[in-house]
Design a protein around this ligand. Structure first.
Ligand code: NAP
Ligand code: F7E
Length: 348
């Protein structure tokens, strides 16, 4: 039985990857950081919390990483943990650099020292390209990071390549473009929109405040992208791959489509609030996944409209279930604004 260690197991990708690997017969170890309030709702939603082995560790603490590798004795490590919110990286640049950048270096040093045969997946990102790009972006497009998050990920990207060349470690960079799902955290723009559309439809909220509506992203479905992480580690040689859909849409188009799903006109509800505008933003991203298609045999299945509908439908159902008094794993009650709505509806 193959053994995998997933860092960032409580995140969107960590939860989907846990399920994917369990279904493939892996013994799955999930690294999570200690928090005052546990946040396992994504793993609970996919019904795999009790099937994985949880190990408390923190990417900023090398000794805890050593312990996690010793306990799990993995064949494969998937490094998904990060401070992954670009906006927050402007407010917390040092901790972002520490976790999102140095985190991989700490892992690779332990791999080199303990067992250099462990294969490693690094969650690289389309944010590496930065602002000012045009056309389809591929593995040869030069990087020009536009945020502390992207700079930290660029450090990790090069660290992976360096450990591959210097020590022969099997480590792959998955240059993944934005990927979303009903398990996306609420601060990211897609889920922020779909959650708000559901509340507006149910009369629980009146407006949605967003920042830069013109930014374009290549949005795919997280579950489609998880398979690629695994495929990269099953190849004979380590390599770096762009994973994307090849389509791009603006935030405005996403909002328009999402309101449309529930028969609403986005222009009546969306307001621009400068609070959500970043010091520097990436205006355009569109990926060329030809290499993944040719070498891994991978293609995205879910396209833009289907993705938006899936997310709106899921959030709408969650709010309806909440109003009906049902209990289920969910993140909205952890956000003050949504908690206030839930408390209000319970009092009424
Ligand atoms: P996510 O939902 O934000 O999950 C991030 C995970 O990292 C969470 O489990 C989080 O734990 C954990 N984490 C944060 N700081 C940590 C620390 N100091 N030590 C240990 N764990 C820590 O992110 P995601 O969307 O699943 O993305 C997975 C990875 O892919 C990330 O590295 C992200 O940067 C990268 N990526 C994402 C996308 C995308 O569109 N989703 C695209 C390209 C690359 P808590 O739950 O405790 O916060
Ligand atoms: O922003 C704009 C915002 O936060 C998308 C992470 O997974 O993907 C993600 O990073 C765009 C930006 O994702 C709001 O300015 C407008 O232009 O959903 P986002 P991101 O920054 O693209 C990459 C690939 C990663 O690697 C990251 O880990 O939407 N936008 N108004 C807004 N964004 C947010 N969050 N909130 C708004 O109100």
């Amino acid at each position: 039985m193959k053994r995998a260690l997933i860092t960032g197991v409580t995140g969107q990708d960590g939860a989907y990857l846990s399920k994917f690997l369990l279904d493939k017969g892996y013994k799955v170890f999930g690294m999570y950081r200690r928090t005052a309030n546990p946040n396992f709702w994504k793993l609970q939603t996919l019904n795999c919390l009790d099937k994985i082995h949880l190990i408390p560790a923190d990417l900023s603490d090398a000794s805890s990483i050593l312990e996690a590798i010793r306990i799990s004795e993995p064949d494969e490590i998937y490094n998904l943990a990060a401070q992954s919110f670009v906006e927050a990286s402007f407010a917390q640049p040092l901790s972002t650099a520490d976790i999102t950048g140095l985190g991989l270096l700490r892992i690779l040093e332990k791999v080199r020292q303990i067992n250099p045969n462990i294969k490693v997946y690094q969650a690289s990102t389309s944010e590496l390209y930065g602002d000012g790009q045009k056309g389809l972006l591929n593995e040869d497009t030069p990087f020009a990071p536009s945020s502390p998050y992207a700079s930290a990920k660029l450090f990790a990207y090069h660290t992976a390549k360096n450990y591959r060349r210097s020590y022969g470690i099997f480590v792959c960079n998955g240059i993944l473009f934005n990927h979303e799902s009903p398990l996306r955290s609420l601060e990211f723009v897609t889920r922020k929109i779909t959650n708000s559309v559901a509340k507006i439809k149910l009369g629980l909220e009146k407006e949605l405040k967003l920042g830069n509506l013109e930014a374009k992203r290549d949005w795919g479905y997280a579950l489609d992208y998880i398979e690629c992480m695994w495929l990269m580690l099953q190849q004979d040689e380590p390599d770096d791959y762009v994973i994307a859909t090849g389509e791009t849409h603006s935030v405005k188009e996403f909002a328009q489509e999402a309101f449309n799903v529930l028969g609403l006109n986005w222009e009546e509800y969306v307001k621009v609030d400068s609070k959500f505008i970043r010091p520097e933003d990436v205006m355009y991203l569109q990926g060329d996944y030809s290499k993944a298609k040719n070498k891994l045999g991978w293609e995205p299945k879910v396209k833009f409209k289907e993705l938006v509908k899936m997310m709106v439908d899921e959030d709408y159902k969650k709010w309806q279930d909440c109003l009906a008094g049902k209990q289920f794993p969910w993140d909205a009650p952890y956000y003050v604004s949504d908690l206030n709505i839930i408390s209000r509806t319970k009092r009424a």
